[in-house]
Design a protein around this ligand. Structure first.
Ligand SMILES: [Zn+2]
Ligand SMILES: [Zn+2]
Length: 345
């Protein structure tokens, strides 16, 4: 079994001939991984911004085929095409009973060794379900984006958009751009993205998915206001990970507007001026995905969104073979690839 192992901070290894996983606990499912996407949190781990000691798994955005379903696998059967999502939680813990289902259980309790491996185990019980079935028409490489699509849907949910509203998104990594696409599909009148990476801006301009503004331009704010409103945007999403950007967010949002913080911050906000929160009567909410968004029939809403946005999502994916995994991480870190997906064949 081949895997991509993070043996130390900044040190990835392609390991071959690792022993197969034989032991199957009750409620765990074995997956032959077909594709695994690199998440910002994988990069944070690589860079030492998260502790390796605390993580049992590596890679959580994956798709594949079920090779062993054990017992009590909650409807998951051998041969099924699936992707990781975190689609259902226990429904009984304090978090679940108080609308905080995204805090029910940590992935550490559900995943081993993770999606950067040809084979992985996943917990999938009636109380806690990690996997969603995917349609045959959805290719594995795009399906690996199910978990980030779920997180992006959480951002859109927290944005509470009303049709006709205007949205500005700071940070056009995968999270920013996927939530932009979802908000557009939910009826936003205008969605504008702001980013400072010239490479990324060039790429996004060529894809023409949303309007973009170069955050390095001295008149970036005027450009954004021209596209949205001189009063400012109804909703601003912060997805850069840089606390200093919050100052720009306060300038961009209209009085009475809403800010969604979708960033994982690794540093304090320094000398940020907070007065606009009161002066503009702002609503500020966080979005911590993934969240089990399901229909009344128990189907995954993010899977349905993926089907609707499949063409657009495909454009965000750069596929790498397993042997080129180190390059995939390089390109994900430099921003050359919006979403780097590693394929096991
Ligand atoms: Zn992720
Ligand atoms: Zn729970």
């Amino acid at each position: 079994m081949r895997r991509i192992a993070l043996v130390d901070y900044g040190k990835l290894e392609l390991q071959n001939g690792i022993a197969e996983i034989k032991e199957l606990q009750q409620g765990t499912v074995k997956i032959a991984v077909k594709a695994c996407s690199i998440c910002g949190s994988d990069i944070a781990l690589y860079r030492g911004q998260r502790s390796l000691k605390d993580e049992r798994y590596f890679g959580h955005e994956f798709s594949g085929i079920v090779t062993d379903a054990g017992t009590q696998a909650n409807g998951i059967k051998v041969g099924m095409r699936v992707a990781s999502e975190l689609s259902r939680t226990c429904g009984q813990c304090w978090n679940c009973l108080n609308g905080l289902k995204n805090y029910c259980k940590s992935m550490n309790n559900a995943l081993l060794p993770g999606g950067f491996s040809e084979e992985t185990l996943v917990l999938n019980t009636p109380e806690y379900s990690f996997l969603s079935q995917i349609p045959d028409s959805l290719d594995f490489e795009t399906a690996a984006l199910l978990e980030p699509t779920n997180c992006a849907f959480r951002i859109a949910h927290q944005a509470n958009i009303t049709p006709g509203g205007s949205v500005v998104i700071f940070g056009l990594g995968a999270m920013g751009i996927i939530s932009a696409l979802i908000l557009k599909s939910l009826g936003a009148r205008k969605v504008v993205g702001v980013d400072r990476s010239l490479q990324r801006l060039q790429k996004l301009r060529s894809l023409s998915l949303i309007d973009v503004v170069n955050g390095n331009d001295t008149n970036w704010l005027e450009q954004v206001q021209e596209m949205t409103s001189s009063k400012g945007a109804d909703i601003v999403i912060e997805a850069t990970g840089a606390t200093s950007v919050l100052g720009d967010v306060f300038k961009t949002v209209r009085p009475g507007g809403r800010i969604v913080v979708a960033s994982v911050y690794h540093a304090p906000a320094g000398d940020l001026t907070l007065l606009p929160i009161m002066r503009k009567e702002l609503t500020i909410v966080g979005a911590k995905g993934p969240y089990p968004h399901i229909t009344s029939e128990g189907k995954s809403i993010p899977v349905q969104i993926m089907m609707k946005l499949q063409k657009e999502l495909q454009k965000l994916v750069t596929v790498y073979d397993y042997k080129d995994a180190l390059q995939a991480f390089e390109d994900a870190m430099s921003g050359t690839a919006i979403k780097a997906v590693i394929r096991f064949n």
